[in-house]
Write a protein that binds this ligand. Structure first.
Ligand SMILES: Cc1ncc(COP(=O)(O)O)c(C=O)c1O
Length: 383
């Protein structure tokens, strides 16, 4: 294509469009923090925790410095460590298994369901047996709500209850989504999320939160968040970390939460248009019954035999960016190859890593831009 005629590139995620919509509200919120100077644990932190509890239905919300810290803090508060096994899907962002390994415990990788990309309960059961065979004590399971859609929590809970495991829901990509009518975070599970800027609800730096209905556990998390503090911060009763969310990020999130429902609706419209426009040329994502999604990613699967690199290059030449989440599952990564995988192997994770690709997805994707994306995909397949 002639360089001069090259189409303008469509943003993969448009944080600037959201910034324009929020207008001076964010500046004013940040200015209030700059005026009161309580940069750590300012009043906005407690206000955000209350707003997140009201939004999700959770009894207690403990904000923290990142989604990774949210996972680590829960595992530390549960006393997970050497000799323990925590099961998690392999087709996920590395932080899920990394948090387990950092505690000294062993992540045991489990396969996923190819239709939803989420943890497969049958493989979870096999993974628990694998862990025991290796002399490990299975302590917990971390289902991940990948790409914005809830995992099959009833199936996971059934296995966890039968085996005496705790469940830590990694909802880093799915805060705002619901499972059988209840929002993630508000269904009684310990739930962790991330406010990384590209997440459906993101701040302007790093941030995260933990949701729980258990008041005593929330108190333990608050202690872990500040170096394991007891009656005051120079009384240290357990190991902890510096895991606090900055007041400025809390102030930003309070403003963003006000438009979040509207953004979720817009994301769902984009997803519906993709499904209509692309459903007969590629495998479009499927929502399991009872689920809503916040569409952190819109991830398609290419027909067998498609050259994924050629597909991405063809779209790029038309100004359509793509991304591959995740080209390697965790058990295929250098840092994690030595950790065990569930008996029976992880064939679905490996197939997905080979054929998925994600298209631009955000609440501000206008119909004309989306039509260009749809045409670019269809054009590649001469459809
Ligand atoms: C599934 C999953 N878990 C955990 C995390 C970690 O979140 P953070 O980047 O805020 O540490 C992410 C973030 O990308 C994620 O996608």
């Amino acid at each position: 294509m002639n360089q001069h005629l090259r189409a303008e590139s469509i943003p993969f995620i448009d944080i600037a469009a959201q910034r324009r919509r929020l207008g001076p509200a964010v500046e004013e919120a940040v200015a209030r923090v700059l005026a009161h100077c309580q940069f750590i644990n300012g009043p906005e932190v407690a206000a955000l925790e209350a707003a997140l509890a009201a939004f999700s239905g959770a009894r207690h919300v403990v904000t923290c410095a990142s989604g990774t810290d949210a996972l680590i803090m829960v595992l530390m508060a549960k006393g997970v460590g050497r000799g323990d096994a925590v099961l998690c899907p392999s087709f996920t962002f590395c932080a899920t298994g990394e948090a387990v390994a950092l505690t000294g415990a062993v992540p045991v990788f489990v396969d996923v369901d190819e239709a939803t990309f989420n943890i497969d309960a049958a493989s979870l059961t096999r993974g628990i047996a694998t862990a025991r065979r290796l002399g490990l004590k299975p302590r917990g399971v971390i289902p991940v709500d990948l790409f914005g859609q809830s995992a099959d929590h009833d199936a996971v809970i059934a296995v966890a209850e039968a085996e005496g495991l705790f469940v830590l829901d990694d909802a880093a990509q799915a805060f705002g989504a619901s499972y059988k009518g209840r929002r993630l975070g508000g269904m009684g599970l310990i739930t962790a999320t991330s406010f990384f800027p590209a997440k459906p609800l993101g701040c302007y730096g790093d941030g995260g939160a933990i949701f729980t209905d258990d008041g005593a556990f929330a108190e333990t998390l608050r202690s872990v968040r500040v170096h394991g503090q007891g009656s005051d911060k120079y009384d240290n009763v357990r190991l902890g970390l510096t895991g606090r969310l900055d007041t400025i990020q809390a102030a930003v999130l309070i403003e963003k939460l006000k438009i979040f429902d509207d953004e979720i609706a817009a994301r769902n419209k984009v997803a519906e248009r993709y499904a209509q426009g692309l459903g007969n040329v590629v495998a479009v994502p499927r929502l399991a019954g009872g689920n809503t999604s916040v569409w952190a990613q819109y991830t398609i699967r290419l027909p067998e035999g498609t050259d994924r690199d050629a597909f991405a290059a063809a779209l790029k030449s038309q100004g359509v960016p793509t991304a591959i989440y995740y080209p390697k599952s965790m058990h295929q990564q250098t840092a994690y190859k030595a950790f065990p995988v569930a008996d029976g192997g992880l064939a679905a994770c490996e197939r997905l890593s080979a054929d998925v690709i994600s298209l631009p997805m955000h609440a501000y994707l206008d119909e004309a831009s989306q039509d260009r994306i749809i045409q670019a995909v269809r054009g590649f397949f001469n459809a």
